[in-house]
Structure formats: C-alpha cells, structure tokens
Design a protein. Structure first.
Length: 273
C-alpha cells in the first residue's frame, strides 16, 4: 500500500476516491456539520467530509435521523462546503425526500447541490431506490450509496443491531451493491455488517466502499466526529474508537471559567482595555 500523501493539496473528487481504491490507499471520511469543525477536519487532511443526517442526533438531540429536514441539511451542508478547501464534501439525502418518485428525488438532490456547494450526495437504499438514484446520477450529480444498517429504516428494523447476518439479507446486500455500481454510484458506505461480508463486497466492486462497523476490509472508514472525539458519552458501540476525550477536556475548561468568573480572577488587568 502506498504512503499517505500529506502534501497533496489537490481537491478530492469522486474520481480520486476510485484512484485511491485502485492503488490500495485507504480513504478517510469523518462527519462535520458546521464551519469551524469542517475547517479543522479539512485542515487535518481528511479525504472526505460527510454532512451526515446524524446531524439530527448530534446537532439537534433527536433519537433518530428521521426528523431532520431538507432545509436543515442544506443549512449544515452550506456551512461545511464553505469551510472545506480540499476534502470531498458529501451531503446526506434526508429521510422522506427520495422514496420512489425519481422527479421528486431529483428536485431534492438539485436543491442540495445548488444551495450547499457540496460535491456529492449520499443516499440510503438499494434496488427499491435504484430509479431515483439513477435519475440523480444521470443529471450529473455524484451519488454515494449506503447499504447495511440504514438508520433511516430504524422503524422497520426495530433495532440498531448488525445487519445482513442471515444469508438472505447478505445476498440482497451483495446484489444491491452490484446494482448501485451498475447505475453509476461513485462509492458505497457499508454500515454495521459482518467484516467478512464487507470484504467480499469490497472485492467484488470496482467502486470504493467506506465502512463503519464493517471491519478493515473496506476501502475506507467513516466515523461520526463527535463520537470519535469523545464529545458524547452515551454512545459506545464496539466499532467506535475514541481518539480523544473532549467531553472531559471541555467540561474542565468550562468549570474553570465558571470558577474564574465567580472568583473575579477573569478578566484580569491584562485582559481589560
Ligand atoms: O449520517 C451519518 O453520519 C452516516 C454515517 C454514520 C455513515 O450516515
């Protein structure tokens, strides 16, 4: 595998994700939902930023991704695209806008692309949504598919457990992945499926796969930034590696500020005009 090119400042496109797969270089993706976070993530050299509909949980405190609206996704997407110089910016199609009516799906896709300045969309779903996804791709919009655990279908599943453990669901996932490639998807996110299945799917495709809870055999990895930075304490799935404990760091800073203000040690003479 080739080394990471830290000095490569070229804008990442969906074509470059494919080139990375072809040369065996892993693709890195993290979520962001606002300007400041996206500036940091992009500046650190990430390949792709996902404006996920996980914003519904992380930014708005909802239990699921279902409530977030198209306007809210556009608000977050615009802030992230504004901040990002190098990474590929991918915005999630929110629940309810791409559900079996290709022209309506295209309208939502065009609004996201026009109003955010993003580079691509991500859409949950396989065969059932193929006509919608194809319509969007045919209009010139790169689409990243999303298979396995699809959080927008939580009410159908009833649980966030690992998907495609049974043969029938695994076979459907493999067919869906090939179909998404055939209709022109640029990559596929594989969420919370057995590692062996994710590896098999990855090896069967020309387009890259990006995994979350899908083992190391995918072409890339994605995590929710607030989870990997340890900002949110209540979420500890097995696949999550925490790279920092920002909850503790932020709590300590804020309690110190409270103490300083109460004790009138902030501001001091050097901090006043
Ligand atoms: O919305 C999101 O953050 C996602 C990732 C978990 C892949 O879809």
């Amino acid at each position: 595998m080739s080394a990471v090119k830290q000095d490569d400042k070229r804008k990442v496109t969906v074509h470059r994700l494919k080139e990375m797969k072809d040369r065996g270089e892993k693709i890195t993706m993290l979520t962001s939902y606002d300007y400041t976070m996206a500036s940091i993530v992009d500046g650190a050299g990430i390949d792709a930023i996902l404006v996920g509909d996980s914003a519904s949980n992380v930014m708005c405190g909802n239990q699921t991704t279902l409530p977030i609206s198209l306007d809210q996704m556009i608000y977050h997407g615009k802030a992230v695209a504004h901040a990002t110089k190098r990474a590929l910016v991918v915005v999630d199609m929110p629940f309810g806008y791409c559900v079996g009516n290709p022209l309506q799906s295209l309208d939502a896709a065009v609004r996201i692309m026009k109003e955010t300045g993003a580079d691509a969309l991500k859409i949950e779903g396989g065969e059932e949504l193929a006509p919608d996804i194809k319509k969007i791709i045919d209009a010139g919009i790169p689409v990243i598919g999303h298979l396995g655990l699809m959080p927008q279908s939580i009410n159908k599943y009833g649980t966030y457990t690992v998907r495609a453990q049974e043969n029938a669901e695994a076979e459907k996932l493999k067919r869906d992945a090939l179909l998404l490639q055939e209709i022109g998807c640029s990559a596929i996110v594989l969420e919370k499926i057995p590692a062996a299945l994710a590896t098999e799917v990855t090896q069967s495709l020309r387009i890259p796969t990006i995994g979350i809870g899908a083992g190391s055999g995918t072409d890339g990895q994605v995590l929710v930034i607030h989870d990997m930075l340890g900002m949110n304490q209540g979420f500890s799935p097995r696949f999550l590696r925490r790279y920092a404990n920002l909850h503790a760091v932020m709590t300590e800073a804020i309690t110190q500020y409270i103490t300083d203000v109460k004790e009138v040690t902030f501001p001091n003479k050097e901090e006043e005009y």
